[in-house]
Write a protein that binds this ligand. Sequence first.
Ligand code: YZS
Length: 259
Amino acid sequence: MPLIETALAEHVGTIVLNNIAKRNALSEALIEEISDALTELLGRGARALVLRAPAGSKVWSAGHDISELPNAGRDPLGWGDSLRVLVRAIQSCRVPVLALLEGGVWGGACEVSLACDILVATPDTTFAITPAKLGIPYNLSGLLTLVNALPLPVAKELLFTAQPITAAQALNCGVVNYIKPPEEIAPFVYSLAQKIVANAPLSISVMKEELRLLTGARAMSPELFERIQGLRRTVYDSADYQEGLQSFHEKRKPIFQGS
Ligand code: YZS
């Protein structure tokens, strides 16, 4: 049973996350299907892509598949992690990706939505990024995606409280381009996509890549890199990380000790 649905019409591709039983948790299998769909739709001439869940979804995506997070001793969000692969695929995709957001956008899925180029939400859409709930040290490129999209105080509120913010709050800080009622959001997003595909694809593709390179351009000394890796290791080696994973599987609130 495929975990996504795809469509292509008038140069606009659509990828629908459709693993409702697992609330579109970003499992390796789901992300592999998304990556394959990106390649296939681009190969068939898509000049813009819409990433969405089924109409009326209460959960757009529950974020990283927690059952696939590694136990202590391994970086939970290393370069090869499926969530990292998906974020890079969206950011380096040569056509604009429009996020059609309905329902709760959780954890790594929040970063996936922020990696998209244009975000349109309904009034009930919420955004939450929850490493602090699981005892996870979010990774550096992931934090860069957040701070490139969000004012720092808003990024810190999301990360430190692990609580959702509303679409209205997201619109207020400019991270969501538009809020549209559920019955209008799809036609609106596709009308936006049509405006994009009417323009020069090479110009758009190069400007998207220039913006990716500009917003990712940060100098980092080897010492700084190693210090950050060391800091993150103390977190994912901690008992709290184990407690975070355990509490999710046992469907209970975590009790963190700070070690
Ligand atoms: O018990 P069954 O087998 O029916 O499965 C349940 C959930 O276990 C499963 N599920 C997930 N499985 C793996 N990874 C997930 N993230 C995940 N979320 C849900 O889906 C089935 C239905 O879940 P319910 O909880 O019963 O559904 P519902 O009551 O509608 O609640 C939906 C939400 C999304 C509110 C709830 O499932 C939830 O809070 N899920 C966890 C959301 C979350 O914290 N995601 C962040 C994961 N972490 C990351 O993305 C990053 C690594 S980080 O942590 O750094 O942000």
